[in-house]
Design a protein around this ligand. Structure first.
Ligand code: FES
Length: 149
């Protein structure tokens, strides 16, 4: 039995210790906002926060979340940074196909929490691991700057 705290709620789950957090969150708990892209920590689509830090949930086992708090896209809007990021994303119409965007929002929210006024370099560094095949990068950068103001 594994207990996962997701978005402030404890879930006692009968799952193996080595199950990636991604599948526990999506398939067992039913929160499908977090996406599967590559499964190899290469694309960022599966980004969630573990105690406020962005992680690749596709390669992080549930055992790594023992005693920690997982936050997903479904609840990031409850944090000050997440709310500002989501508002800026809507205002600047960042999204194209949308598939990578929950991961982008999670990465951007973590960046603003650690670096409230990021430079272009900070943004590029923090967001480099989040791939967008539609190429929404200029709008992502603009939205992060707007959210930071
Ligand atoms: Fe986890 Fe691509 S699905 S990084």
């Amino acid at each position: 039995m594994v207990t996962l705290n997701v978005n402030g709620k404890d879930h006692a789950l009968d799952i193996p210790d080595d199950m990636p957090i991604l599948w526990a969150v999506r398939d067992v708990i039913g929160l499908t906002g977090t996406k599967f892209g590559c499964g190899k920590a290469l694309c960022g689509a599966c980004t969630v926060h573990l105690d406020g830090n962005p992680i690749r949930s596709c390669v992080t086992p549930v055992s790594a979340a023992a005693g920690k708090k997982i936050t997903t896209i479904e609840a990031i809007g409850d944090t000050p940074e997440g709310r500002k990021v989501q508002q800026a994303w809507l205002a600047l119409e960042v999204v194209q196909c949308g598939y990578c965007q929950s991961g982008q929002v999670m990465a951007a929210s973590a960046l603003l929490k650690s670096t409230p006024n990021p430079t272009d370099q900070d943004i590029d560094q923090a967001m480099a691991g989040n791939i967008c095949r539609c190429g929404t990068y200029p709008r992502i950068r603009a939205a992060i700057k707007q959210a930071a103001n």
